[in-house]
Design a protein around this ligand. Structure first.
Ligand SMILES: Cc1cc2nc3c(=O)[nH]c(=O)nc-3n(C[C@H](O)[C@H](O)[C@H](O)COP(=O)(O)OP(=O)(O)OC[C@H]3O[C@@H](n4cnc5c(N)ncnc54)[C@H](O)[C@@H]3O)c2cc1C
Ligand SMILES: C[S@@+](CC[C@H](N)C(=O)[O-])C[C@H]1O[C@@H](n2cnc3c(N)ncnc32)[C@H](O)[C@@H]1O
Length: 602
């Protein structure tokens, strides 16, 4: 989806102080009151408060996020209810605000909120602003607190609906008036809603245009009018008249492997109230996830490249997750300078920059790079602001740190077998345990999957370099390898790449190779290879298309494997994706990712 340049919205005030979108010639909310409309038409009209006590997760889809008045009102209603339900709010928006315009629009809108509720709305608005994503087309899943996830889909309504995977319990239809914004009320839109509707889904809107009511009724919804808000006579309330029992969410699960993939799946399950046992043959972060420093960054490929899309989503997801868990994980969002090997690569990155926002990707030239990072780079390239480094072992520890997660170290899973509705695990201490929900996160195909998976192994060695007081490096610099800023007095340089190599010992030849890598990035930063000491040796679980294997292997059996050279970036967002799949919740990525990540793909 990350294929088009977004046109940001700009607001202005009309003569009565209402927020107006000049391109559409309409106000963002009712002239009778933005917050009153949000409460009455959308929150009450959709019956969402009645769902808090009965649903573990309410799945809501809004057409037209605007400045998030309806979202903030819904979030505030959930908080006021005291319910422990979660809200997954997905909102489509073709013209998002820049951060600065969102800030000023919300400041303005909040002045009209009732004084008794303004302070708490202000707190929520600040949280939204803190996590507001860069203006890139596509999906932006934001975990805002322990209960609320907001997934913004920055795209035209038609593309967004085609990319979404339901089901949704609630729909808020909130385009501008149909005569000014017909795309938001087209009959095509209404034919898509049944595909996205959960049993007894409810629809709310201020719009009661005959064409809208007819299109909804033609699609199979039961449509009613209710008294309108303010000067409007009517409002719309519709429901999807199909009843069905909702599958209860899982209550317990076992995850095999305590690297970043297993730990982040365990975390997302526990966050949903699932009791999780993590079985680890060694100790947490003993495998690939044990490196002292890992770079987290979007990979800059051609427009539409899936690796670019998933690493962009992953870096953004992890950044926002860490911001919600400060002080648990050593990290720095210091930015990354990606140098270009040649003009061809530079031009490819420039094409991407042309459809991205400047706050996400900016060109730099080698002559001024020393001012940016502290040392002149060998080549021109691009600066990525949504990027930096993390300390993987402490990230794994933070993800596992949840009262519903039990880690059992020093226990290998030897075999798994299906028995009735459960999976039985044979453990290395000759005991057995069983579960109805099993996740394999062993990095590689360790023979536990019922089907053979297409994966390889690639050895890699890091090197370390003592910090230079005279020339501190302030950013990660990378190309076919990377050098990090000094962490605990050491730069990490990575990494060599050797296929079919099982040598566990650190090798001098690899340090020399890593020295040459730094020379290609920052010529002269290291005077000779003897300054480098050998770092950790590890293995990357590789796949042919460079995408991980994430999804269902068999009933009750799932995988998060093959995260290759980018597991710190991809595994946490893939954990959210996988657990959302298991729990029938909205995905943090488009639905085409179910096939792309399918562990059994050809
Ligand atoms: C040299 C090097 C540099 C890298 N640099 C970066 C970087 O800068 N940025 C980045 O994003 N990524 C980087 N990576 C990749 C990243 O480290 C991996 O993608 C990531 O750690 C994979 O996590 P994982 O949880 O899938 O696997 P692991 O961390 O390997 O975890 C798998 C766990 O499963 C356990 N296990 C296996 N079989 C069993 C069994 N049968 N029973 C019980 N437990 C079992 C293992 O002991 C292990 O702890 C690098 C990798 C290497 C090798
Ligand atoms: C009435 S405003 C929404 C107000 C919002 N619900 C709120 O609570 O602040 C309508 C929104 O629909 C968006 N929009 C208009 N046309 C669109 C399209 N074709 N696809 C997606 N979004 C669109 C506009 O940019 C605008 O933000």
């Amino acid at each position: 989806m990350f294929t088009t340049k977004l046109q940001a919205a700009h607001w202005r005030c009309d003569e009565h102080g209402h927020l107006v979108a000049p391109e559409f010639g309409d106000t963002y909310s009712s002239r009778s009151g933005a917050w009153g409309q949000a409460d009455y038409v959308f929150v009450e009209g959709s019956g969402v408060p009645q769902r808090w006590p009965t649903h573990s997760c309410v799945r809501l889809l809004e057409t037209g996020f605007g400045l998030g008045v309806n979202f903030l009102a819904t979030w505030q209603n959930l908080r006021a209810s005291g319910s422990t339900a979660r809200l997954h709010y997905v909102a489509i928006e073709k013209h998002p605000f820049t951060w600065a315009d969102l800030r000023s629009a919300l400041d303005h809108a909040l002045t009209s909120a009732d004084p008794y509720r303004r302070p708490s709305l202000q707190v929520l608005a600040e949280q939204l602003l803190k996590r507001w994503p860069p203006l890139l087309s596509g999906f932006h899943a934001l975990e805002l607190d322990a209960q609320v996830t907001l997934t913004l889909v920055f795209a035209d309504i038609e593309n967004a609906l085609a990319a979404l995977r339901g089901p949704f319990d609630i729909f808020y239809l909130d385009g501008f008036a149909p005569d000014r914004n017909p795309q938001m009320w087209s009959s095509n839109l209404f034919t898509q809603l049944p595909l996205l509707a959960a049993p007894m889904a409810q629809v709310a809107s201020w719009c009661v245009a005959g064409s809208v009511r007819r299109a909804l009724a033609d699609a199979g919804f039961v449509v009613q009018k209710r008294p309108g808000y303010g000067t409007k006579r009517d409002a719309l309330a519709a429901h999807w008249p199909v009843a069905a029992e909702r599958e209860p969410p899982p209550s317990e699960a076992i995850v095999i492997g305590a690297g970043i993939a297993g730990a982040s799946v365990a975390h997302q399950l526990a966050r949903r109230g699932v009791t999780v046992t993590v079985i680890e043959q060694a100790t947490a972060a003993a495998g690939g996830s044990g490196n002292p420093v890992a770079v987290v960054r979007p990979e800059l490929g051609a427009i539409g490249n899936p690796v670019t899309e998933i690493t962009a989503a992953g870096a953004s997801w992890l950044r926002r997750w860490i911001e919600r868990h400060p002080n648990t994980v050593p990290h720095a969002w210091c930015g990354v300078l990606r140098t270009a090997r040649d003009t061809r690569k530079y031009n490819k990155m420039a094409q991407l920059a042309a459809i991205a926002s400047e706050d996400w990707l900016q060109p730099f030239d080698a002559t001024s790079s020393a001012q940016l990072c502290g040392w002149p780079t060998a080549a021109d390239g691009f600066f990525l602001s949504e990027a930096g480094w993390v300390a993987p072992p402490l990230l794994v520890k933070a993800m596992l740190d949840h009262p519903l997660i039990t880690l059992r170290n020093g226990l290998a899973v030897r075999a798994i077998a299906r028995h009735d509705q459960t999976w039985q695990l044979t453990l290395s201490d000759e005991t057995f345990i069983e579960t109805s929900l099993l996740v394999v996160a062993t990095a590689f195909d360790t023979g536990l999957s019922p089907a053979k998976l297409k994966m390889g192994r690639a050895r890699g060695q890091l090197s370390q370099l003592p910090a230079r007081d005279d020339y501190p490096l302030s950013m990660v610099v990378c190309r076919d390898g990377y050098i990090s800023p000094a962490v605990d007095g050491m730069h990490t340089i990575g990494a060599t790449l050797q296929h079919d190599d099982e040598d566990t010992s650190a090798r001098r030849a690899d340090d020399i190779e890593n020295f040459e890598r730094v020379q290609r990035l920052l010529p002269g930063f290291v005077s000779d290879a003897s300054q480098l000491s050998s770092g950790r040796v590890g293995w990357r679980a590789t796949t042919q298309d460079r995408l991980p294997l994430v999804g269902q292997l068999a009933p009750g059996l799932y995988a998060s494997l093959g995260h290759g050279a980018r597991g710190m970036t991809t595994a946490p967002v893939c954990a959210e994706f996988l657990v959302a799949l298991m729990c029938d919740e909205p995905l943090p990525l488009g639905r085409d990712w179910v096939g792309r990540l399918n562990p059994l793909r050809a």
